[in-house]
Each structure stands twice: as C-alpha cells, then as structure tokens.
Design a protein around this ligand. Structure first.
Ligand SMILES: [Zn+2]
Length: 376
C-alpha cells in the first residue's frame, strides 16, 4: 500500500507527494460519482455531464485533502516540528512529522486545524451553493459544489473521531498528556481507544456487508478499520522506539573496527574476498589509517565485464560516498534509523572528518532497542 510515491509540487515549502494507490482511489471516486452519486440526485443529464462532474468532484476532493494537510503542516512548522512533506495515499493524506510535538498544546493545535480547515471549506461551499441556487446557476455546477460541501463535512467528522492517530485521537492524546504530563501513557491510552474504534468499524463493515446488503459500503468500512488498527499500533511502537533512542548517539551502537577495502584491490578480490565472504552490498574504500576515499557497492559491478575483473581496481570503480550512506558519530541514533528506513540500506558508514571510525547496522540498533524495552 505504501509503495511508489510521485512528487507533485511544492506548496509553502512542503513537498506534496502522491502514493500510487491514490491514483486508483481518485479514479474510483470519479467513477462512483459519475455513475452513482450524481445520476441518483440529478436526472436527465448526459453521460458526459455526469463524467465531467465526477472528474471535477474528484479533483475538488483532492484539493480539499491538500488544504486540510497544509494547515497541519503550517501550524506544525510554527511550533518548530520538522515536516517531511505531505503524502496523499489510499484513505486521504498524511502530513509526515519528523518528531513528536514538543508539548500538549502544540499537539492539540496541530491536530485541530485540520478538521477546522475542512469545516471552513464545507461552510464556504455551502454558502456558494445557496448563492448558485438563488442565482440560477447550472444544476451541474451547483451539484459539484454541494458534493464538496458534503465531502468536506464528512472529512472533518471522520478525522474528529477520537481514534488515534486520527486528528480527534491526537486531540484526545494531547488532553491526556496535559492531564498527567506523561506522553507514553497518553499515547498508550489513545491508541488503545483508536484500536477499539477500528474494531467497531470492522464489525460495522461486516454487518453492512451481510445484513444490510450495502456491499461496497461494508468493504470500505472494514478496510478503513483494518488500516486504522494498524496505524494505531504502529504509532505507539514508533513512540516507544523514539523514547528508547532519545539522546543516544550513533557512537554508542557502531562497531569500531569496520571492514574496509583498499583502493589497490582488484575487482576480483572485491567480489571473492569481500562480497561473497561477508554478503554486504556496500563497502567503504580507505587508504592509510582509515582515510575515506569512496564507496563501492554491487551496483558499480554491473558495468564491468568478468574478463576485466583482474585488470580493474577498486579505485576505478569507487564513487563518492553520500549523505545517504554516511553519518557522523555524534548524530542522533533516531536520525540513523530514519535514514535506514528511507534508503532501505541497513548499514551506514560512520565518518568523522574524512576518516572512517565505524559502521552502524540496523541489527545492532534493534538488539539494543529490544533490551531497553524489556528492561524499561
Ligand atoms: Zn488531519
């Protein structure tokens, strides 16, 4: 579900991305509006008119979700929370926060502005609809405006459910957090309530499917329930990991005698003595006492025919190491973890100045995490 992402545009400095799943959803929304929603309410339009209404309605919905998310991001930025951008995916949008909000008040306000902005659009569309109705605008335009009023009210209502990590659940967590000054406890309670809501939604979906004959509605409720339950659980785990790694430096987890390749080694030696032996995809190339001169990975091997393996040296193959595969020893461990999550590589070279001082791996960090979580 969280597969390929396409960058769309930048708004107020936030990158707006769309998950490929959303393209399918957008087409489904346009289709269900064009063949179901609009024909039920407005008779005697041509098929083309219903489709234009459906596509415009879907685009309006898409812009409404971006509007909602951009307000979360703007307020979050005001409180100094680093935002990674907005991603539209299967059930709407997520504003990706780099860290937890600094305090309960910030969390409450960041969460609240989303539904609030949806209510504002709903009211505005409702006003425009009344104007259009009185002004005798074409019914097709009035119909789309009315749909946008309806869908934004629904967006606000759904997000206000006290089910963490929905906005309403975040507001609940903020209130609990302010009450006991304990974020971990507040998150545990809020995500338990979120899980409960998700279960209810799944039961409701099954009920709709088997007892009311509303098949599509039932499937949607069930799927949203499944998604919400996963999200509630994941948010709590994420918080535990964040708390456990808080204040820990990369230095603490790194192995200090990293395996490095000399630049004079042949490509054959690289393959046989390093890649086949240790099964790593990437190695730092160093000379002297650990001076980093580049990185070499299995990717670079592709361009070298086997006959040249004895002739070519690693120094000809090595490329400049980047911020994607290196990190400083004093960096936050959480930063290393999110870098690994983003790039999909489980090893990072720890570099101080231009010297390699160690290697940090996902395995070592997870070992530490499970110990710390068990003890605390
Ligand atoms: Zn929201």
């Amino acid at each position: 579900m969280f597969g390929r992402r396409i960058n769309l545009f930048k708004l107020f400095g936030f990158e707006v991305r769309v998950d490929l799943s959303w393209v399918i959803i957008a087409a489904l929304i346009a289709w269900s509006l064009a063949v179901g929603f609009f024909p039920l309410r407005y008779k005697n339009f041509s098929v083309q008119t219903y489709w234009v209404m459906g596509v415009v309605g879907a685009i309006g919905f898409f812009l409404s979700v971006i509007f909602h998310e951009i307000f979360h991001s703007l307020v979050a930025r005001k409180f100094g929370i680093p935002m990674k951008g907005i991603t539209l995916f299967i059930f709407g949008g997520v504003s990706e926060m780099g860290e937890e909000p600094p305090n309960a008040k910030a969390e409450f306000l960041v969460a609240m502005v989303g539904p609030l902005s949806s209510i504002v659009i709903a009211l505005a569309c409702h006003g425009i609809h009344i104007l259009g109705f009185r002004g005798g605008w074409p019914q097709s335009i009035n119909g789309v405006v009315q749909y946008l009023a309806y869908i934004n009210s629904l967006l606000a209502a759904f997000n206000l459910l006290p089910a963490f990590p929905l906005d309403g659940g975040r507001m609940l967590r903020a209130a609990l957090w302010a009450l006991r000054k304990n974020l971990r406890w507040a998150t545990r309670i809020a995500s338990a309530i979120g899980s409960g809501f998700a279960l209810l939604l799944m039961f409701f979906g099954v009920f709709q499917f088997f007892f009311t004959g509303n098949l599509i509605g039932g499937i949607w409720s069930f799927l949203i329930g499944v998604f919400l339950r996963g999200a509630a659980r994941m948010s709590y785990q994420q918080l535990l990991i964040r708390k456990a790694l808080e204040g820990e430096q990369v230095r603490r987890f790194m192995k200090t005698d990293p395996l490095t390749v000399p630049p004079s080694a042949s490509v054959r030696q690289l393959v046989e003595d390093y890649i086949y032996k240790y099964h790593f995809k990437m190695f730092p190339v160093t000379e002297g006492s650990g001076k980093l001169i580049g990185c070499v990975s299995t990717k670079e091997l592709d361009g070298v025919p086997r006959e040249e393996w004895n002739l070519k040296t690693v120094s000809e193959l090595a490329t400049q190491c980047s911020s994607e595969n290196t990190i400083e020893p004093q960096a936050d461990a959480m930063k290393a973890l999110s870098l690994m999550a983003r790039t999909g590589s489980s090893r990072l070279i720890v570099v101080e100045g231009n010297r390699v001082v160690g290697i940090i791996t996902l395995k070592d960090m997870l070992k530490f995490l499970s110990l710390k979580l068990e003890l605390g």
